[in-house]
Design a protein around this ligand. Structure first.
Ligand code: HEC
Ligand code: HEC
Length: 222
């Protein structure tokens, strides 16, 4: 398992504390009152600093990771990003890589990071094998009646653009998507509300998983 390089273990609080000390010095009581967190420009700057010094190493400069195992996080819903960060921190979603990254992150730091990444555009990749992608498209829109796989489109919407608790999956890396589906199927990933994805993925064949992933990567989910 990949270990987190030492230089990435940034102390998030130190950035926040420095900002607070600065505001205290210049008498910004109002900023202190809301704490180091919500809706302040300072916090948005801090989020960008964290993104550029920590997250970028794996998720890319603009949230479009170049590494197929690491998810693109640009353009994902704010609420989804916050939920995932919280789930990694509490261990509800297991990842040896993300756990140490979020260990020192406060909940109020998560929101500006989510706002920032959500504002970026997820760039699609290139559809994989054409035949597989065509089959994947069928799975996406129709599911598999025989085995009880529901159509993905019902929750993730056309283009895989996502909606409320249903994340954007259009344009996401094939390798990452296939791995997450396998993780849901085995129960390794179990942070889905109402077991939605565990139920879906468990019913999918290896071919359905790979094909739907090859279809999704080519979608421009904006
Ligand atoms: C050392 C590499 C690394 C660093 C640094 C890193 N991540 Fe991640 N991140 C990953 C990996 C790998 C996953 C997928 C984990 C899994 O297998 O479920 C992930 C998953 C995520 C997810 C869930 C995405 C999804 O589609 O469900 C979010 C959100 C996220 N990271 C945000 C961040 C933020 C914000 C930072 C900076 C504070 C960060 N990451 C730093 C490697 C990294
Ligand atoms: C009943 C609604 C529902 C259906 C149907 C559904 N999903 Fe999901 N899916 C969800 C929810 C909810 C999540 C977010 C889980 C969480 O909070 O971590 C999710 C998450 C995912 C993820 C992880 C995204 C990420 O960035 O880590 C993938 C991949 C995914 N779904 C693919 C699919 C595919 C492929 C299908 C069709 C075969 C499908 N889903 C059908 C509700 C659904």
């Amino acid at each position: 398992m990949t270990r987190l390089p030492k230089e990435l273990k940034l102390n998030y609080r130190s950035i926040c504390d420095q900002k607070q000390r600065f505001h205290r010095l210049i008498g910004f009581a109002a900023v202190l009152a809301v704490g180091c967190g919500f809706a302040s420009n300072a916090m948005a700057d801090d989020a960008k600093t964290i993104a550029a010094t920590v997250c970028m190493a794996c998720h890319g400069e603009d949230g479009n990771s170049a590494i197929p195992m690491f998810p693109k996080i640009a353009g994902l819903q704010e609420s989804y990003i916050v939920k995932q960060l919280r789930d990694f921190q509490t261990g509800r979603r297991k990842s040896d890589i993300m756990a140490p990254v979020v260990a020192a992150l406060k909940q109020e730091d998560m929101v500006p990071l989510a706002v920032y990444y959500s504002s970026l555009k997820l760039k699609p990749g290139t559809e994989g094998d054409k035949k597989a992608a065509a089959f994947g498209k069928m799975v996406f829109f129709e599911g598999n009646e025989e085995s009880g796989v529901p159509a993905c489109v019902g929750c993730h919407l056309p283009g895989g653009v996502g909606y409320q608790i249903y994340p954007k999956i259009g344009g996401q890396h094939t390798t990452y998507v296939a791995q997450q589906l396998k993780n849901f199927a085995s129960g390794e990933r179990s942070n889905d509300v109402s077991r939605f994805m565990r139920v879906v993925a468990k019913r999918m064949t290896e071919e359905e998983i790979q094909s739907v992933a090859e279809y999704l990567v080519g979608l421009d989910s904006k």
